[in-house]
Write a protein that binds this ligand. Sequence first.
Ligand code: ASP
Length: 333
Amino acid sequence: MSTRRKFLFRSAAASVAALAGKNLFAANHSPVINDPIVISTWDFGKEANAEAWKTLGSGGSALDAVEAGVKIPEADPNNHTVGYGGMPDREGHVTLDACIMDEQYRCGSVMGLEHIVHPIAVARLVMEKTPHVVLIGDGALQFALANGFQKENLLTPESEKAWKEWLKESKYEPVMNIENAKNLPGGPYNHDTIGMLAMDAKGHLSGACTTSGMAFKMRGRVGDSPIIGAGLYVDNEVGAATSSGVGEEVIRIVGSHLVVELMRQGYNPKEACKAAVERLIKRNPEKAKTIQVGFLAINKKGQYGAYALQKGFTYSVKSNKEEKIYEAESKWK
Ligand code: ASP
């Protein structure tokens, strides 16, 4: 912009701001106090949010909050889709995927990590202590052990029983939503993930995403959850997004990054999630009818929204104003 045009722009903007009773240019320098908020996928996000809130509600950072929050389902043996007690792959190994991203575009990820209850904490260390973004398998384990993490058996008797039951027919047919899977004979053969997004009192955004992936997946399979841009993306200028569901389809459209870019173009969080779901359907229409994928997003104003392929995708919200579980709108009922 030429100096004269810059001057005209600033004068015009200043007059508009003056009319609105605001000092536009000073506003950039004054400290902004935001209302903290944390949102996460599924009903089990509620307990995770409560943990995150201990940090957020007392002025802590969004990054610390999301790490603390998702550790709750990671350590819960009754949650069969995240961390300890997660369903194993078809060879009986519990392999975990997790990633984390903060307001400075820093990110860390682990893929196919075994024997460690809190992959999210390892992902954060990858971000903070290494020159890399992703560590996989044995290398990720070696790094975790070198940093004081303990080696544990993550396969609980319940998950082992379900896996042995599954081996009898060995049919890879993921079930859509955990809520619908509870009554199946032989246990919950399914998938889900905790994706958590938070905004702290400084208005900074961070996110975390952690999962045991698809139950009875092939050994070595990695889904969307630990892939920055697919299962999680945070852009502190715009907003953040995360996903749950069949990761292969999310990776194909780089789902979470797409949602954030749509918000950058002016879509509100729900519209952005909906447009990403529509894109996914367009890319693979037949498959999209038979699987579940849901996106969850938040923008810099603290507005949030979600949208899924199928009915049944829920998400949990905690702020000073509310503590609630919502069901997302969906393409198909
Ligand atoms: N997105 C996860 C994966 O593909 C599973 C899920 O969230 O349901 O591993």
